[in-house]
Design a protein around this ligand. Structure first.
Ligand SMILES: Cc1ncc(C[n+]2csc(CCOP(=O)(O)OP(=O)(O)O)c2C)c(N)n1
Ligand code: SF4
Ligand SMILES: [Mg+2]
Length: 287
């Protein structure tokens, strides 16, 4: 008998990076459930639309609550879930198009609120599901199905954006390092506040970046991805900026800031408010 969740076994292309991200999310969720003695029902995965959005269900065993929402609107949905059920672990899974293009306007509000939720962004530098159009992270000049003469826009640096808008936990990873990615997702879930794990998750069909990221000794290609040294102080903003402004793709926690979450601030406000009856509320209108 198989444990596999055949009903939701989405058919990604062979070698798609999203397989590794799903496995890592599964490991991180199971580890957290065990450590905190919580059932799988304590977890909610909110997904957008895209190949990445099909990560809303895990491969095996018990399933978290899954919300396969609307393209670009995973963060507002996540906020609604967290407001209604603050005790749940809310995880957003989104693509680079989903999160940084149509959904970009929703990132800063959650960063400034410090919503206690974790976003796992699968960056393949392309719109995979809709057949290879350019995305915000596609390089300038890249030929794609929507830019046959080369992309005319500069590529967006997601880490500059996350730092500038005050995301309180920022990590970077690659989908092929499943165990390390699982650890980072676990830390992001534990972080009290808004956390983003930005994952290089190559699209083998439209933008295969494995070789560039991991390197190829035989071809003399140096890897772009490198593990952040232990000496990196993620609590220091200057160090974080130095990392993201240096060449290469860092792997690890880039930045971490401890400040009150939206929920904690709301509790303080609730503590100040006095309960009033409907009559008292109507009295202010001098009817
Ligand atoms: C409101 C809306 N606009 C556009 C689309 C079409 N659409 C679906 S997925 C997608 C882009 C997917 O790219 P990305 O978010 O990077 O995910 P990937 O498939 O690469 O994982 C687009 C434009 C849609 N479904 N809904
Ligand atoms: S098109 Fe790209 S992102 Fe989509 S399943 Fe295939 S390899 Fe993965
Ligand atoms: Mg994409």
């Amino acid at each position: 008998m198989t444990n596999k969740n055949l009903e939701y076994d989405f058919k990604w292309c062979p070698g798609c990076g999203d397989f590794g991200v799903r496995r890592a999310l599964e490991f991180a969720t199971l580890e957290r459930n065990k450590r905190l003695d919580l059932p799988m029902e304590n977890n909610v995965v909110v997904a957008g639309i895209g190949c990445s959005g099909n990560l809303v269900h895990l491969l095996e065993g018990a399933q978290p609550y899954g919300f396969h929402g609307i393209h670009g609107r995973s963060l507002p949905i996540a906020m609604g879930v967290k407001m209604a059920r603050p005790e749940l672990n809310v995880v957003v899974v989104a693509g680079d198009g989903d999160f940084l293009s149509i959904g970009a306007e929703h990132i800063a509000p959650q960063a400034t609120r410090n919503l206690n939720a974790c976003a796992v962004v699968m960056d393949n530098g392309v719109y995979g599901l809709t057949k290879g159009q350019s995305s915000p992270t596609t390089d300038l000049g890249e030929v794609t199905s929507s830019t046959p003469f080369g992309k005319p826009e500069d590529s967006l640096d997601p880490f500059e954006l996350y730092m500038a808008i005050g995301v309180s936990f920022i990590a970077s990873s690659i989908s092929s390092q499943v165990r390390e990615l699982a650890k980072l997702i676990g830390q992001a879930m534990d972080h009290p506040g808004f956390s983003i794990v930005h994952v290089q998750s190559p699209c083998t069909t439209y933008n295969d970046t494995y070789e560039v990221l991991k390197g190829n000794v035989k071809k003399g290609i140096e890897p772009l991805a490198y593990t952040l040294p232990e000496s990196h102080d993620a609590s220091d903003k200057e160090s974080a900026y130095r990392v993201i402004r240096s060449p290469g793709v860092p792997l690890g926690v880039i930045y971490r800031d401890q400040r009150p979450t939206l929920q904690q601030r709301m509790q303080q406000i609730h503590g100040k408010a006095t309960l009033r009856t409907p009559d008292q509320l109507l009295d202010v209108y001098d009817l």
